[in-house]
Design a protein around this ligand. Structure first.
Ligand code: FDA
Length: 508
């Protein structure tokens, strides 16, 4: 990117003027000439698809140590006509936290990652730059009988995850991560810091599931911890085609959302290398002991044939390690590693299923996944607590009536255009194939599994109407309210990206 020297110089001067006199500006402001710049830019990009791209690189990367530096970055960017991108954990599926089509400043919250647990009222304040792993580690250090219902991958950032909803193995018992947020600190477009009271209930509603980047910069979240039993049980049962894999997945669809809310069984249909066939994996967390789980499975899902030897009892934090793919015996400190073990080029898409898919339909998934080298179809069951919360309680609307969420994911090794196009085409064809089997009008998707194929915002007049092509797919009937909140909070649309919420404008 070739920034005009003026924009570059003016922004740097504006930022430096906001720092305290004894502070070395190079610890917070990194230009492309700084030795830290490339490392900072690439270290938390969880999808390296764009590492060698010609996309505009940030003019500066700001790594604030204090909220006042976030305020300064917002005000200086606005004053000098620069856009911003905010990054917490860098897991955005389409790279929107660090890519931008125009001159921009990247505010990376990596240094704002305190986790403060308060066991008296069973809450925690967690700064957005913390990862889920850092949060889970902090909770486990304080209590063996508390947890938090968020995602499975420890390197995911709290900032983006809670902004889009966030779900993991305890969603059937406790709902989304965002359902368990009770307060937040937000920096608005004028650089002011708000808590829940001063931002008001509309804005507080919008930031819990309306997707990151639209309403301001969330500095920290106050979350309600949940009580978990000291002993939980996990199992993972793989099934090949000749072991009745398709019939079992078919049967699973009729029971997974109706099981007691303590029991979460997800299905992963996966192909992990060229030499191997696809298989389905039944992967489960039960909030209780194996002696209670086995009769429950015998009664509800005897076809899977769960045996005591398939079950492993463990604490909540050990279950976090288990689902994150760590080996037994590894120290909890691995949860503090900010780089995902799954880092690779990928493209993902998502769907919601309301009626069981017939066996013939499932067979088509199998046929397609067999064509790829590394591909996954992950089915996460809903029901339980998710069905008790209304569709308008938060912007995330996929509640009662959804049997499960599907995530389609394809990965590839070689980072070149030919390979990328080939795999992206494959996943688009799979998505097209799934059309008759998934939710309709709108065909729903999960905003944290961001998919730019659904549509992109344009700036300027008409942006709300044009965004209404993709917006309801993520937010259904909450779309209009999100636009109205945006209209009040940021009428000039300073906080924006390709799929942010534009200010509401009435049709006609
Ligand atoms: P990142 O920093 O890229 O931010 C994502 C978006 O939020 C961007 O638009 C960004 O600008 C904005 N943003 C970030 N911080 C902000 C802040 N403080 N204030 C305002 N806006 C902010 N999801 C899930 O529900 N369950 C799961 O188990 C998983 N597992 C998983 C594994 C892996 C390997 C990946 C790559 C992703 C997931 N996800 C997931 C999806 C994940 O929840 C989603 O990508 C989150 O938005 C990531 O948040 P980060 O902060 O890491 O991303």
């Amino acid at each position: 990117c070739f920034a005009s020297g003026t924009a570059r110089g003016d922004f740097a001067q504006c930022m430096s003027a906001q720092l305290t006199p004894h502070m070395d500006p190079f610890t917070v402001i990194h230009s492309s000439k700084s030795s830290s710049y490339s490392y900072l830019l690439e270290s938390s990009q969880q999808n390296p698809r764009w590492v060698n791209s010609t996309a505009t690189k940030p003019l500066f990367i700001i790594t604030p140590l204090h909220e006042s530096q976030v305020q300064a970055a917002v005000l200086c960017s606005r004053a000098h006509g620069l856009q911003i991108r905010v990054r917490s954990g860098g897991h955005d599926y389409e790279g929107l936290s660090y890519l931008c089509g125009t001159l921009f400043v990247l505010i990376d919250l990596v240094n704002l990652r305190l986790v403060e647990i308060n066991m008296t009222d069973e809450t925690a304040w967690v700064q957005s730059g913390a990862t889920l792993g850092e949060l889970y580690y902090g909770i486990a250090k304080e209590s063996q009988v508390h947890g938090f219902p968020a995602g499975l991958c420890p390197s995911v950032g709290v900032g983006g995850h809670l902004s889009g909803g966030g779900f993991g193995t305890m969603l059937r018992k406790y709902g989304l991560a965002a359902d368990n947020v009770v307060d937040a600190y937000l920096i608005d477009v004028n650089g002011r810091v708000h808590d829940r009271k001063s931002m008001g209930e509309d804005l507080f509603w919008a930031i819990r599931g309306g997707g990151g980047a639209s309403f301001g910069i969330v500095l920290a979240w106050k979350i309600k911890l949940v009580r978990v039993p000291p002993t939980m049980t996990v199992f993972t049962i793989p099934k090949w085609l000749d072991q009745g894999a398709i019939e079992l997945v078919h049967r699973w669809q009729f029971i997974a959302d109706k099981l007691p809310e303590e029991l979460f069984i997800r299905v992963i249909i996966q192909k992990v290398s060229d030499g191997k066939a696809a298989q389905s994996i039944f992967n489960s967390l039960f909030l209780g002991k194996a002696e209670s789980l086995i009769p429950l499975m015998d009664q509800n899902f005897p076809e899977l044939g769960l045996k005591a030897t398939d079950c492993t009892e463990m604490s909540w934090i050990q279950s976090v390690m288990y689902f994150a793919g760590y080996q037994k015996g590894e120290g909890l400190e691995v949860l503090l590693d900010r780089t995902t073990q799954y880092k690779s080029n990928f493209k993902a898409k998502s769907d919601y299923v309301k009626e069981p898919i017939p066996e013939t339909g499932l067979k088509g998934i199998w046929d397609r996944i067999s064509e790829e080298k590394i591909a996954f179809v992950i089915m996460d069951p809903y029901g339980g607590r998710m069905s008790e919360i209304s569709e308008s309680e938060l912007p995330f609307p996929n509640r009662k009536g959804n049997l499960y969420n599907i995530q389609y994911l394809v990965k590839w090794e070689q980072n070149d255009a030919r390979e990328t196009n080939k795999h992206v085409h494959w996943i688009r064809m799979l998505y097209r194939y799934m059309t008759p089997y998934v939710s309709k009008s709108p065909r729903s998707a999960y905003v944290n599994y961001r998919d730019l194929d659904l549509g992109m915002s344009a700036s300027g007049n008409g942006s709300y109407l044009r965004a209404s092509i993709w917006g309801p797919k993520y937010f259904k009937n909450n779309w209009k309210r999100l636009g109205m909140v945006k209209q009040v909070a940021d009428p000039e649309n300073f906080f924006r990206n390709e799929q942010s919420i534009p200010p509401y404008v009435a049709a006609g």
